[in-house]
Design a protein around this ligand. Sequence first.
Ligand SMILES: Cc1cc2nc3c(=O)[nH]c(=O)nc-3n(C[C@H](O)[C@H](O)[C@H](O)COP(=O)(O)OP(=O)(O)OC[C@H]3O[C@@H](n4cnc5c(N)ncnc54)[C@H](O)[C@@H]3O)c2cc1C
Length: 451
Amino acid sequence: MVRRLPEGQSGEKYRPLGGWVERPDDPQPQLEGDVGADVVVAGAGFAGLSTALELAARGAKVIVLEREFTGFGASGRNAGYLAGGQGLEYGLFLKRVGRERARKIVSFYDEGVDYVERKLGEYGIDCDYNASGIIRAGVHPSQERKLREGMRIGIELGSPAQFLDGAEMRARGIPPAFLFGCDTQRGGTLDPGKYVMGLRREALRAGVKIYENTALLSYDEGSTVRVQTARGSASAPFLVLATNAYTPQIGLLRNKVMPLRVSAIETESLSGAQLASLGWPRREGLVTPHWTMESHRLTARNTLVMTTKRLHYVYGSGTPNVPDHAAYRELAVALRDRFPNLRDLAIRSCWSGYISFAYDALPVVGETGGQRNVLYTAGCSGHGVGTQSLMGQLLAERICGTEHPLLAALRHKTPSTLPEPLQWCAVNSALGMANMMDDRVNRKVREAATR
Ligand SMILES: Cc1cc2nc3c(=O)[nH]c(=O)nc-3n(C[C@H](O)[C@H](O)[C@H](O)COP(=O)(O)OP(=O)(O)OC[C@H]3O[C@@H](n4cnc5c(N)ncnc54)[C@H](O)[C@@H]3O)c2cc1C
């Protein structure tokens, strides 16, 4: 579904469902009446579906409740970078958790990449995966120090990487705006819509019962957890909340995670001549070391997808499904800045979605309830493609009675968020500061280009 924007926004085409998925042709029924299972999962994104698949493989009867349809959340809207532990926000957690635990956490991110690569083969999901690796690429010499420092810490924490100087970047045919980079040598890019819909197909095939258009409204704890929906209820010895940025709305993790809106634009398909002029033969996913990064990638349909650059926090941790025109405009500026030869390339669509963010930028996973049988996973920030998929295995093992060492490593004290209106003020000040610093770098890049 493509909707034209009102006057003043001409050229922007807002897609309320993101750029990769449509409502499925085979919508799964809404839950009516009372049903029972071994495990009820709320949320049909990477986390919920991976958990359901891992549990089904262990012989469990699983029900998934999805408020909208599979892939409606961030899993159907992201940029499709399957990225590991290089380039994380180490500064936000290294001192808090200590080096030993940080090494294990970084390996969780790296193993998330291996996990998805393995599962794509196992489930036979074709999602245009390009195992090109991902390059953190600087656009101005002033970014080199920060990039090298992040790379050094990442390597120390066990995630390999290689610095690419200007000559190496040009030899690889990376577009010239990207001056130098850190090649993370792991992962690559995929079509997240095809990935999440592939998980859905596989879950249905494995006998998982998915109820779409079925929101979890509330739940009662106990040795059997009873979940209430609009027209029925579901009971099971375990409940998994895989509702990510929406979890605070269920009344959980309100003081641990907050939703941040991330936006994306996608161009029209590049012509053969435009692609040839671009070079970039391996199509590595690029991210910049700005304070709020930019991501730039080519898709299998030969479009350019760019994300982030501007993040947005909605007062009271709201998650309205609305356009973010200011973010789309900024992304369009980045498109012209980084790809001046493609100045005339039209923007085909724009969309936004919500990630869940903890103040230390780490995953928030654990259990609650008197019986410790209500499990949750959130907070993977902008790194959920690999991590929230692998989380499915960790949660399934935990439910079956084994604690994976990576799950043990992820258990840590998440800093508490601030109450409103302090949180709104603090987050917007921090984002505003980041934008100011990034804009300064971008101005310098433009000045250098016109000299
Ligand atoms: C624009 C954008 C770009 C991103 N780029 C990347 C990237 O390149 N690489 C990367 O690794 N990560 C990226 N991310 C982050 C990544 O997409 C997420 O971390 C990941 O998809 C989270 O998966 P999830 O299953 O935990 O949550 P979600 O995919 O958000 O799924 C949660 C589901 O729960 C459902 N739900 C909510 N409330 C209820 C309820 N009460 N009852 C039932 N269901 C409910 C929602 O409808 C939703 O479908 C990006 C995110 C965005 C928005």
